[in-house]
Ligand binder design. Structure first.
Ligand SMILES: Cc1cc2nc3c(=O)[nH]c(=O)nc-3n(C[C@H](O)[C@H](O)[C@H](O)COP(=O)(O)OP(=O)(O)OC[C@H]3O[C@@H](n4cnc5c(N)ncnc54)[C@H](O)[C@@H]3O)c2cc1C
Length: 407
């Protein structure tokens, strides 16, 4: 039986990237997914410019729209459109994007096993055995990349503290004239979905409309989606492909590796809690996981702890600030929209954050207003915590926050 250097569980952007990079670095790699590709995944399919830049190949074959404009509305009132002088984001369909990323992994030399669901994991300090479908895979290391609902970390005995927010989306295939309006503009509506937002993302021949926010909105998601669809001028009865999915937000200090097992993407809860984006972090973590696996497996480093350190130094500080900004933003969405509408500086900062040419940490350093707002918010959260035992909307503002338990 082959003893793989790396077994990758899950073939979303995190897993396919990890598998491609591991194979390219000369590690024998197998990637396993329970689905048969092309498979879909509930997702807006927005790939930001920073994520696309991480990839050593062109995403053009799967990009359906390159977006330069953003239509912003507050509580489904009249909105405004702001344009950037560069591409803000690329819009894709996940069934095509993920198949394309998996093909690149296969091309780099990874073996791909589809329709193979992970059922059990056993591990020792030097080996991992994964039972998936009706096969047994033996390996030296394991990359967990099975997303928000995947069982692999739990089967490997690793508990990942993630708060699961929630989203529901559907699609509308409109007449050509209606699609024309959205040819290079995407929309967000703020203030009408608790702790989140509504969106419209145009694709080649349809638009994707969704709502996402705190888990507590679960029971009203369907009616929220209907109202958002009507707000954007479509009949909710025409929605097709309606699907819900968790948005897993990692809690500070949650593990990203244990022994010879690394966690990536949504399985680690690397989703941006402010924007709800996870594709950038999935690709980034898949890439960094491969780098640390290569060093570990070739004896350059004695453990995979370098991955944890890199996550803590590079990704975690931004996730912490994103959590704080999320709190600040939801205190008054109209105020935020007014800034972006009236101030070119605020719009430039927002568009830089969307493209990824600015980071949240950089924005805090750059903008005195954001910095002051974050300080005030952190103080407010502490006061609210002391007075009310916490407020559902006031999400953890400091990295010291710990949940009672993960969901
Ligand atoms: C409604 C919605 C809209 C979103 N919109 C955006 C957006 O526009 N832009 C953005 O950047 N992010 C968006 N996100 C977040 C983004 O979808 C995720 O962060 C991203 O898919 C994470 O990638 P991943 O590779 O970690 O996991 P996934 O993409 O979820 O891939 C996990 C893979 O693991 C497989 N798997 C699961 N269980 C098993 C098992 N037992 N055995 C084997 N395989 C298994 C699955 O079949 C799947 O292929 C959105 C999320 C939601 C819910």
């Amino acid at each position: 039986m082959t003893r793989w250097d790396v077994i990758v569980a899950g073939a979303g952007p995190a897993g396919s990237t990890a598998a491609r990079e591991c194979a390219a670095l000369g590690l024998s790699t197998v990637i396993i997914d329970k689905a048969e590709f092309p498979r879909d995944k509930p997702c807006g399919g927005g790939v930001n410019v920073r994520a696309a830049r991480l990839l050593p190949f062109d995403l053009t074959p799967v990009v359906e729209r390159s977006i330069t404009g953003m239509y912003i509305s507050v509580r489904q009132g009249a909105g405004f459109t702001r344009y950037a002088d560069q591409t803000l984001t690329y819009l894709t369909q996940r069934r095509f994007l993920d198949t394309y990323l998996l093909e690149q992994a296969e091309r780099a030399g990874a073996r791909v096993d589809q329709r193979t669901a992970v059922r059990a994991v056993e591990r020792t300090a030097a080996s991992v055995t994964v039972r998936a479908g009706n096969q047994v895979f033996e390996g030296r290391t394991l990359v967990v990349a099975d997303g928000a609902n995947g069982p692999t970390a739990g089967l490997a005995g690793i508990e990942v503290a993630r708060r699961k927010e929630i989203a529901l989306e559907g699609n509308i295939t409109p007449a050509d004239e209606a699609l024309e309006r959205w040819s290079n503009v995407f929309a967000i509506d703020i203030g009408s979905v608790t702790g989140g937002y509504g969106w419209l993302f145009p694709k080649g021949d349809h638009v994707n409309i969704g709502v996402g926010g705190l888990a507590s909105i679960g029971p009203s998601l369907r009616s929220l989606l209907g109202r958002m669809t009507a707000f954007y001028g479509f009949d909710p009865a025409d929605l097709w492909g309606i699907r819900g999915h968790p948005l897993p937000v990692r809690l500070p200090g949650a593990p990203v590796f244990e022994g010879n097992v690394l966690l990536t993407g949504d399985a680690a809860g690397f989703l941006d809690p402010l924007s709800g984006e996870g594709i950038y972090a999935a690709i980034w973590s898949g890439q960094r996981a491969a780098h640390h696996l290569a060093e570990y497996l070739t004896g350059v480093t004695p453990s995979l702890d370098g991955y944890r350190l890199e996550v803590e130094r590079t990704l975690e500080p931004d996730l912490v600030i994103a959590r704080q900004l999320h709190t600040l933003f939801h205190i008054s969405p109209p105020l935020w929209a007014a800034f972006v509408r009236r101030s070119s500086r605020a719009w430039r900062l927002l568009s830089d954050l969307i493209t990824g040419s600015a980071t949240y940490s950089g924005a805090r350093q750059q903008s005195r207003l954001i910095s002051l707002g974050l300080h005030a918010t952190a103080a407010g959260v502490r006061v609210a915590g002391a007075v009310h035992g916490g407020n559902k909307l006031l999400l953890p503002a400091t990295s010291g926050w710990r949940p009672g338990r993960s969901h």
